[in-house]
Design a protein around this ligand. Structure first.
Ligand code: ZN
Length: 577
């Protein structure tokens, strides 16, 4: 009979620190790189597939050894490998389940995810995966008795091991250099599939970017901004409400021709639907700052966008009032230092549970805010109110709408999308759009009720789209250049109060014609500046969707009201179109 003590003794292994690192690297090369190898092997060119596979595995092992071994010592090796086991298991689970790629922007998303979001992502699928690929190996790891060597010998082994790894990497690369080089040129995104290097690299890049961003104050934007002539001419306040949608895709938007009634309330309202709008990014972390920047996707520069003030700061320079109301993971620096509140803190009755609120919470106190706008500093206020939705944030679409909006059934009611059929997933997603439609409909109704006293405009635009099973992809966040159009085409809707045309001369019929042509997030910044009539050198009329749809007639009868500003010449009182 074997006593338990003896059995434990038998299950104890001995290994050196560097041997442990090597074993871990071999384990990951085979267990965590199915996607990487699958994608990479298709690029084998004229090298035999088996040879290419062998070379890639050797390179994976050698690369990870070089990355990890310098940090592995007697006291650090077990905690370090445990952390990597858990991280790699989580990462590969999401890569396999949803086809998401762990690049830097996705990693920023992961590390900034709030606990509520994280809880929704936990599932039985993940638990099983974690048990097999993290917990079990970790138990074995902690059973290992580490063989220690005197430090001169240990150092020699460490350096020797690193040199060997570099030599092995080079030796494996040489015969397959041609296909690897062409793969790195043509399909760079494949490197984001190599685990755990992908999340080590991305996490490092995110940390470096954060450190850089935190160290520098934001560059000021549009300090020259001043109120346009309509500000003093107006007798009523002007409020632009900008609703930043979440994960709504153009393909499922009824106003864009989707066959299901996902936007019945908007369909009954005189809204202007922009049918061909592309997003700046494929995740919130990229799109949100980009939407509020003067130059977005057309000359994308993440560092410039994050290092600079946003549209909101510029409006404050001009003397406008701004407010950000959030029902999601925050404004990502867009409203830094400016007035903001969170729906979850307002805790509207019957709309919140478990730290999450339904989007109707965004409308709490809106009437009062519109009433207050009439009397800011005793004159007609100019205001931008941003409402940041939770929208159709996945994968738990069914948590985004109250039961009354479960219109399309059966809807997926599991946090783990893999437990549902594609039809159920689409049903839940469409229900969430239908609820967004209701939130927007209610918002417009409130603005309409105040039309006699407040001129207003609503702009709704989603931050990015979503994959719902096309080409086996789910969710969003693929790098922009390889992302399918479902992740990049977003709905956008405008509504203008009847008094607005008189207040700043926007011609709705003209805007409606413009709405059929392509537009993008790049237009948002300049369109809002135009709507609020803010003058600044940053403003580019070519990117204002309402440019060419603005009549200047409003200025003529009111010219006397703003003394110093010259009235437009009679020749310019026609519609500029
Ligand atoms: Zn988003």
């Amino acid at each position: 009979m074997t006593s338990p003590a003896r059995l434990t003794q038998r299950l104890t292994f001995s290994a050196s620190v560097d041997q442990l690192v090597l074993i871990a690297c071999v384990f990951w090369a085979f267990s965590a790189n199915r996607l990487f190898l699958g994608a990479a092997l298709k690029q084998h060119g004229d090298v035999p597939v088996a040879g290419f596979a062998l070379a890639l595995v050797v390179m994976l092992v050698a690369l990870h050894y070089v990355l990890i071994a310098p940090f592995a010592y007697r006291l650090t090796v077990k905690p370090l490998l445990t952390l990597l086991l858990v991280g790699t298991a989580v990462a590969t689970h999401y890569m396999r389940s949803y086809g998401v790629v762990l690049d830097t922007s996705m990693m920023t998303n992961v590390w900034r995810t709030d606990p509520t979001e994280a809880r929704e992502l936990l599932s039985w699928g993940l638990a099983t995966h974690l048990l097999l690929y993290a917990a079990l190996p970790a138990v074995l790891l902690w059973r290992v008795r580490i063989v220690t060597r005197p430090w001169p010998r240990a150092t020699a082994f460490k350096l020797g091991g690193l040199v060997l790894a570099v030599v092995a990497f080079a030796a494996a690369l040489l015969p397959v250099f041609k296909p690897v080089a062409s793969m790195m040129r043509g399909h760079k995104e494949i490197r984001y599939l190599a685990a755990p290097a992908n999340f080590l690299w991305s996490t490092g890049a995110v940390a470096a970017a954060q450190a850089r961003g935190a160290a520098q104050p934001r560059r000021l934007l549009g300090l020259d901004a001043t109120p346009g002539p309509t500000w003093s001419a107006r007798t009523r306040p002007l409020v632009v409400v900008l609703v930043v949608g979440e994960t709504a895709r153009a393909a499922n938007w009824q106003l864009n021709g989707y066959e299901r009634p996902t936007t019945p309330e908007l369909a009954r309202l005189p809204v202007i639907n922009f049918s061909d709008v592309s997003s700046c990014g494929t995740n919130t972390e990229t799109s949100l700052p980009c939407m509020f920047a003067p130059v977005g996707r057309r000359d994308y520069d993440e560092a410039r966008i994050r290092g600079s003030e946003s549209l909101l700061h510029l409006l404050v320079h001009a003397g406008a009032t701004v407010h950000w109301r959030d029902n999601q993971s925050g404004c990502k620096g867009v409203c830094a230092g400016l007035p903001e509140d969170k729906v979850v803190s307002l805790n509207p009755a019957g709309l919140c549970s478990d730290g999450r609120c339904l989007d109707e919470g965004l409308l709490v106190g809106l009437n009062e805010r519109l009433a207050a706008a009439r009397t800011v500093n005793g004159r007609a206020a100019t205001q931008l109110l941003v409402l940041h939705q939770l929208g159709s944030h996945g994968p738990a679409y069914f948590r985004r709408y109250p039961p009354a909006f479960a219109h399309f059934t059966p809807a997926c009611e599991n946090d783990d999308l893999q437990k549902c059929t594609r039809e159920e997933i689409v049903n839940a997603y469409d229900n969430s759009l239908r609820y967004t439609d209701h939130v927007l409909g209610s918002l417009i109704a409130t603005l309409q009720r105040n039309e006699a006293d407040v001129d207003s405009a609503l702009i709704y635009v989603s931050d990015h789209g979503e994959s719902l099973g096309e080409r086996n992809l789910y969710l969003h966040g693929l790098p922009w250049f390889i992302a399918p159009k479902e992740q990049k085409q977003v709905p956008m809707v405008m509504w203008l109060s009847s008094g607005l045309a008189g207040a700043n001369g926007v011609d709705a019929a003209c805007l409606r014609r413009r709405a059929a042509e392509p537009a993008s997030h790049d237009h948002l910044f300049h369109t809002v500046l135009g709507l609020l009539d803010v003058k600044t050198a940053v403003y580019e009329p070519a990117w204002d969707l309402a440019d060419g749809c603005r009549s200047v007639q409003f200025a003529a009868p009111l010219a006397g009201n703003f003394g110093g500003v010259a009235a437009p010449s009679p020749g310019r009182t026609k519609q500029v179109n």
